[in-house]
Design a protein around this ligand. Structure first.
Ligand code: S3P
Length: 424
């Protein structure tokens, strides 16, 4: 894919539904007895793997226009899949599904594509084993996972790394135990699972960074409206901040405080960002307005990382073109995403002339005036690809990104939306 520099971004758009919320809607809908209708579910590779997985376990999921209808069969209503379940390259599908399979009275295998082959799974295998679940991973760490579900004991567990995927897997497993499961994180990760379980009638409480869930209670179906994905929106927000004369509005975006740390970071960097038309549904949402701004470097501490984990690639792009130094502390979880995103972003941005260094566990970026067009790679990673595409539209000269099809993992229409916003 060749990308030319453009003058500015301008327009009023929507982006597709939130990926994390979409996965949870499918999963929770499938284990709730009755019909759940979901408006605006994200149509992308990852969510389609979750849909295929539940269909293999006897759950009818159909599309009626913009509505996805899930005919759930209750907590223990899944049927044994006839073959291993393929999670594709979706870490969320594999990790969260493991929690649900922990409670099913059959043995199942979760496999994945090349992109999942080296993603760490011990983080769920260890605590699920503590809950009495028989679960095995290749070399104790990697997919495939073999799970013999059935009996689940409640657990009181402190997660060593803040991860919403780990927390959610354990909460899902906790739904099948007879007692109260308590999960405590060092820093709070995104709370979409907690919000949705509560909406579906689960007995769930939150105190600080601890979540308590009382298991063995059937859920009640609810209709859901999925707001737009802030991770997808953030590429255009940064593009607008960087290009002189830009002004964009992105409608109905999830602004859940455990997820939307990017908005705070952009404002702290001097970005002119406004949230209007706020709505408070099961997930808070609003329209976000962004205008060209002169941005400056900041220090981002470790406690901010969970709230911006997926937005760090695009924050690196903004930092590369902001005045002064940006320091990002404790972002090592980026190394175990779809690609090693510290490495992929460092290589891409340096090829364009950015000043990007590593010092211990810190990423240090010194802003430059302008980046130059270059030959770039997606590293098979959707977010590296979209972040580098935004860097490329601001650059002097044309760029080329190898592997641009990777965007279909979360945002198949990314280049189309970018073209609609672009004023040459
Ligand atoms: C996700 C949680 C994050 C994030 C991923 C989606 C989720 O991963 O990077 O894209 O839906 O729970 P971790 O929880 O492992 O940090």
């Amino acid at each position: 894919m060749n990308i030319r520099p453009i003058k500015k971004l301008s327009g009023d758009i929507t982006v597709p539904g939130d990926k994390s919320i979409s996965h949870r809607a499918l999963m929770i809908g499938a284990i709730t007895r009755g019909v759940t209708r979901v408006k605006g579910l994200l149509d992308c590779d990852d969510c389609n793997y979750t849909i295929a997985a539940f269909r293999k376990m006897g759950i009818a999921i159909k599309k009626e226009g913009d509505i996805t209808v899930i005919d759930g069969k209750g907590l223990r209503g899944l049927s044994k899949p006839p073959a291993p379940i393929n999670a594709g390259n979706s870490g969320t599908t594999m990790r969260l599904l493991a929690g649900i399979l922990a409670g099913q009275d059959f043995e199942s295998t979760l496999t994945g594509g090349e992109g999942l082959y080296n993603r760490p799974m011990k983080r769920i295998v260890e605590p699920l084993s503590k809950m009495g679940v028989k679960i095995r991973a290749r070399d104790g760490e990697y997919p495939p996972l073999v799970i013999r579900g059935g009996e689940v004991r409640p657990v009181n567990y402190k997660t060593p790394i803040p991860s919403a995927q780990v927390k959610s897997a354990l909460l899902f497993a906790g739904l099948y135990s007879k007692g109260t499961t308590k999960i405590t994180e060092k820093f709070k990760s995104r709370d979409h699972t907690e919000r949705m379980l509560k909406t579906f009638g689960a007995n769930i409480g939150i105190k600080g960074t601890s979540v308590f869930l009382k298991g063995d209670i059937e859920l009640t179906p609810k209709d859901l409206d999925v707001p737009g994905d802030i991770s997808s929106a953030s590429f255009f927000l940064v593009g607008a901040l960087l290009l002189k004369g830009s002004s964009i509005k992105i409608r109905n975006i999830s602004i859940n405080p455990t997820r939307a740390g990017i908005l705070k970071i952009l404002s702290k960097m001097g970005g002119r960002i406004k949230i209007i038309n706020k709505k408070n549904l099961f997930e808070p949402a609003g329209d976000i307005v962004a205008e060209y701004s002169r941005t400056r470097g900041i220090t981002i501490d470790k406690d901010m990382i969970p709230g911006i984990i997926d937005e760090l690639p695009i924050i690196f792009v903004l930092a590369s073109l902001s005045k002064g130094r940006t320091i990002v502390k404790g972002a090592e979880e980026l190394r175990v995403k779809e690609a090693d995103r510290i490495n992929s972003m460092q290589e891409g941005l340096k090829a364009m002339g950015a000043k990007f260094y590593l010092k211990g566990d810190e990423v240090i970026i010194e802003g430059v005036e302008k980046l130059a067009g270059a030959r770039l790679k997606s590293f098979g990673d959707h977010r590296t690809c979209m972040a580098m595409a935004i860097a490329a539209i601001t650059a002097s000269g044309e760029s080329r990104i190898e592997g641009a099809e990777s965007v279909s993992k979360s945002f198949p229409g990314f280049f189309g939306v970018l073209a609609n916003l672009s004023m040459a």
